[in-house]
Design a protein around this ligand. Structure first.
Ligand code: DGL
Length: 258
């Protein structure tokens, strides 16, 4: 029997979570919802993000999923309580999951404007460990650039310097990619960050937490993405999203508009 899993993000950022999930197990049926009509979330105010979260909950209620993976840090930071209150299923989130895996004293967080404004990363990590200092950096222009079908590498390099340099000046020892879109440009970011600084993709911690709660059946591990049981839903422009699914995940699938 397959587990029905909901994954939700404003756009393609959740691919990083979907990829980590499908690389570890194949007993899942995934409902991936991308709110392409309203991406990016990171530049919206908190009330808007919370009200969108309520709509997202209603959509998933109808799908009868067994668990939700909140693949959007911005919704996680601004509206986790809404998901937990409105859905009577386990909700796995990036920020709590990754906060248990940091090990150093000076932690940098790159995230959207709304996530940084909420200070949720800072609060959660600093409350879990003594003598740890979280240095936050908002990256307001990253998501729109990453969402583009033809990425502008010069612009991505310029923005990476702009956002990463302030963290390097603070001598951070670990950098959390606190927006699920950012691991999609891991190679650009890696070139800007000294090799002694650990770069953390929170999707790994989230999927580990999920796998520890819903154990992988014996002989069910896999090392390739299985396309058969993934359904993609968008709130606008399904053709454009279909190209992105093909590009980032090498999956050819019909995308449904909701
Ligand atoms: N990928 C999401 C996040 O992790 C949302 C980014 C956005 O829409 O601005 O924050």
């Amino acid at each position: 029997m397959k587990l029905k899993i909901g994954i939700f993000d404003s756009g393609i950022g959740g691919f990083t979570i979907l990829r980590s999930l499908l690389e570890t197990r194949k007993d899942v049926e995934v409902y991936y919802l991308a709110d392409t009509k309203r991406v990016p979330y990171g530049n919206k105010d908190i009330e808007q993000i919370r009200s969108i979260a309520k709509e997202i909950c209603n959509w998933f209620k109808d799908k009868n999923v067994d668990a939700l993976l909140i693949a959007c840090n911005t919704s996680n930071a601004c509206a986790l309580d809404i998901f937990e209150k409105n859905l009577e299923i386990p909700c796995f989130d990036l920020i709590h999951s990754v906060s248990e895996t940091v090990t150093k004293k000076y932690i940098g967080v790159l995230a959207t404007h709304a996530t940084i404004k909420s200070s949720y990363y800072k609060r959660i990590i600093e409350s879990k460990r003594k003598n740890v200092k979280v240095i936050q950096q908002a990256c307001p222009e990253f998501v729109s650039e990453i969402e583009r079908t033809n990425q502008d590498l010069n612009k991505l390099n310029y923005l990476s310097d702009l956002y990463i340099n302030p963290l390097l000046k603070e001598n951070v020892e670990e950098i959390i990619l606190g927006c699920s879109h950012y691991p999609l440009i891991y190679n650009v970011l890696k070139n800007k960050i000294h090799s002694n600084i650990r770069i953390i993709d929170p999707s790994v911690a989230l999927v580990n937490k999920f796998n520890n709660s819903f154990l992988i059946p014996k002989n069910d591990c896999c090392n390739c993405i299985s396309q058969d049981n993934i359904k993609f839903f968008v709130t606008a422009k399904s053709e454009e999203f279909s190209k992105k699914v093909k590009y980032w995940l090498e999956i050819n699938k019909e995308i449904k508009l909701v």
